[in-house]
Design a protein around this ligand. Sequence first.
Ligand SMILES: Nc1ncnc2c1ncn2[C@@H]1O[C@H](COP(=O)(O)OP(=O)(O)OP(=O)(O)O)[C@@H](O)[C@H]1O
Length: 201
Amino acid sequence: MRIIGTVGLPGSGKGEAAAVAREEDIPVVTMGDVIREETRRRGLDPSEHHGEVAGKLREEEGETAIADRCIPMVREAAEGQAGEPVVLVDGLRSMAEVERFVEAFGDEFLLVSIEAPFDLRATRLGDRGREATDLDREKLREREERELGFGMGEVMDAADLTIENDDTLEGFREQVRAVLDAGAAAVGADDHEAGPEGENE
Ligand SMILES: Nc1ncnc2c1ncn2[C@@H]1O[C@H](COP(=O)(O)OP(=O)(O)OP(=O)(O)O)[C@@H](O)[C@H]1O
């Protein structure tokens, strides 16, 4: 089994990476969807209260609340696959979450950081316009600071691979496909040799 987890600031391209995985029939577990679902369960609008509920969940159930909910979903997604399974986990945010995934999956877990400069991300999010923060640069800064407050910078530094998403969408999608294919090929092989480019070492 190979579990590929992504980390990246808002608008870096995690959703696009997940879309590429789905096109390749690789199941995706989206950590943000777990929060959106919980936000709706609490009778709140995810486009407004997503961050607040993410914080509350961590306060109530601990740092790994969201990872804990995702791990059985990952196992279930893996069980549904023929051959050696690969699952993409979209959106890790803290070292506590990384450690939880490593505890659950050991060397089968590969952490990939997706990175792009603030201005590019702000423009792309403005075009996307999914959430209130997408259209407002100040709100984006706040969202970003909140996410960095959860320790996201440290997670990005700890990644096994970095994909720079500062060029065309098609170029980015190709890089993602290469990592997914290498991840799939590396199932059962030595861990950190997966991935064609952008390795930290
Ligand atoms: N290289 C690129 N060129 C042009 N547009 C891009 C590129 N990469 C991503 N995008 C677009 O930018 C927007 C943000 O990307 P995406 O939704 O993947 O970000 P994200 O990391 O999932 O953000 P969030 O954490 O806010 O959900 C999307 O509309 C996506 O299609």
